[in-house]
Write a protein that binds this ligand. Structure first.
Ligand code: PXG
Length: 445
């Protein structure tokens, strides 16, 4: 047992105060699952078990846990410069990290606005889109388009364009938003490997919204190039290209929400590169710092940034937006060290190389009781189970609990198991994850 881990105890006296996010609080607190340390591919649980991480935390620890180089960089930074004001002041690491991220991003995506999470990245990108159109005299473009089943975090902007009903229904009306159709279709695409053949035409749904609202009212379209949280929806072949074309035709900005897909998850630095489609903005977070310190960013194409620089009077602030912790020194140190690890170990290429083994392994679950689909791309897979009659999500959640008991961390969303292991995962670890899921799924009712 790690000594530090024993210092703080969760007891019946202190378990109540923490209101846990996206968690069934009452159920969790009756039987807590606690992690106390981590290294490489493994967590250690409070009861001293090694837990194989099949999900890179929450899709974020792409280089594996507690990497020495990243830990050392954060330690050195906190001893040197703990904080610097983010407005009208700067510190060198923020500039260096922005330049490094811009160099990784494709095309002329070469300016970076730093934030502290994926949700803030999304809200920032949406605000940039609205202000961009205003700066070039098209202020009537106030509408934002997302996609059914989309997840863009939990800010008011993100839930306006998001398409997951439970995340929106309690929070009232917000921004002017509408949604194109999602791309999920089991009849056509079940058990596809990589990008499904069917469905490029679903991008044309954007034309329906243009006809309904008129292009002159639409500022931007935001989609996850591969939808993660909703249960791993891989874009159909040609779909994203078509979306790009329709946006271009109507002067609409295209935003890729790459909070999950950024930093190697699909075997390239960004999904934009993987799919050969250049959006106007990319939102990122998670893998940017290997989740060691919270950080997100919006990567913006040169003409968008230049529009702001040209529109504002000399000496004026060009964008009235920012956070106390934008470009926080610790996050920047973690980000720089993380990008060094990715480069030194060529981890994006490693993900690309091991992806076929991962694909083969997850598809061995085809034919297992309850499994109605397996889909995958890069180091992501979705294994969809038939819902238990009358009790949707119960079968998948029970699978999650039993896998955890067997020492494997998976993630479930609805009735889909989502896998996204750190990019350092070995073939043997992939096999163990898949084998455990297979055994458990067979055993649950
Ligand atoms: N956009 C996308 C595409 C995301 O996946 C966010 C924005 C919000 O990021 P923050 O940092 O504000 O949480 C996300 C986050 C899951 C899961 O298991 C996914 C996310 C977060 C937690 C769990 O599906 N994605």
């Amino acid at each position: 047992m790690n000594v530090a881990a024993t210092l703080t105890e969760v007891t019946s006296n202190n378990i109540e105060a923490y209101w846990m996010p996206f968690t069934a609080n009452r159920q969790f607190k009756s039987a807590p699952r606690l992690l106390v340390s981590a290294k490489g591919m493994y967590y250690q649980s409070r009861d001293g078990r090694q837990i194989l991480d099949g999900t890179a935390g929450l899709w974020c620890v792409n280089a594996g846990h507690c990497r020495d180089e990243i830990v050392a960089a954060v330690k050195a930074q906190v001893e040197t410069l703990d904080y610097a004001p983010a407005f009208q002041m700067g510190h060198p690491a923020a500039f260096e990290l922005a330049a490094r991220v811009a160099a990784l991003a494709p095309g002329d995506l070469d300016h970076v606005f730093f934030v502290n999470s994926g949700s803030e990245a999304v809200d920032t990108a949406l605000k940039i889109a609205l202000a961009y159109h205003q700066a070039r005299g098209q202020g009537s473009r106030f509408r934002l388009i997302g996609r059914e089943r989309g997840y863009h975090g939990v800010g008011f902007g993100g839930i306006a364009v998001g398409g997951i009903v439970t995340n929106r229904k309690a929070f009232g009306p917000s921004l002017a938003a509408d949604h194109i159709a999602h791309t999920h279709n089991l009849e056509k695409n079940a058990f596809s490997r990589g990008e499904p053949e069917w469905g490029a035409h679903l991008a044309d749904d954007l034309e329906r919204l243009v006809a309904l609202h008129d292009a002159s009212t639409i500022a931007a379209v935001i989609v996850e190039p591969m939808a993660g949280s909703t249960g791993v929806l891989v874009p159909p072949k040609g779909y994203l290209k078509r979306l790009r074309e329709i946006c271009d035709k109507h002067g609409i900005l295209l935003i890729f929400d790459e909070v999950i897909t950024g930093f190697g998850r699909l075997g390239e630095s960004f999904a934009a590169e993987r799919f050969g489609v250049l959006p106007d903005m990319i939102t990122c977070a998670k893998g940017l710092t290997n989740a060691t310190v919270p950080m997100g960013g919006v990567i913006v194409r040169k003409p968008v940034y230049e529009t702001f620089m040209k529109a504002a009077p000399e000496g004026a602030i060009e964008l009235f937006h920012g956070y106390t912790y934008s470009g926080h020194p610790l996050a920047c140190a973690a980000g720089l060290a993380t990008l060094d690890v990715y480069r030194k170990e060529d981890l994006f290429a490693r993900a690309r190389k091991i992806a076929p083994s991962f694909e083969n392994a997850v598809h061995t679950l085809k034919g297992t009781r309850h499994v109605i689909d397996v889909r995958n791309i890069g180091l992501v897979a979705g294994i969809e189970l038939a819902p238990r009659p009358g009790r949707p999500t119960a079968r998948a959640f029970e699978t999650f609990l039993k896998c955890f008991e067997k020492g494997v961390l998976i993630r479930t969303t609805g009735d889909t198991i989502a896998l996204s292991p750190p990019l350092i995962v070995s073939e043997a670890e992939i096999d163990r994850i898949v084998q455990t899921i297979g055994d458990v799924v067979k055993s649950v009712e």
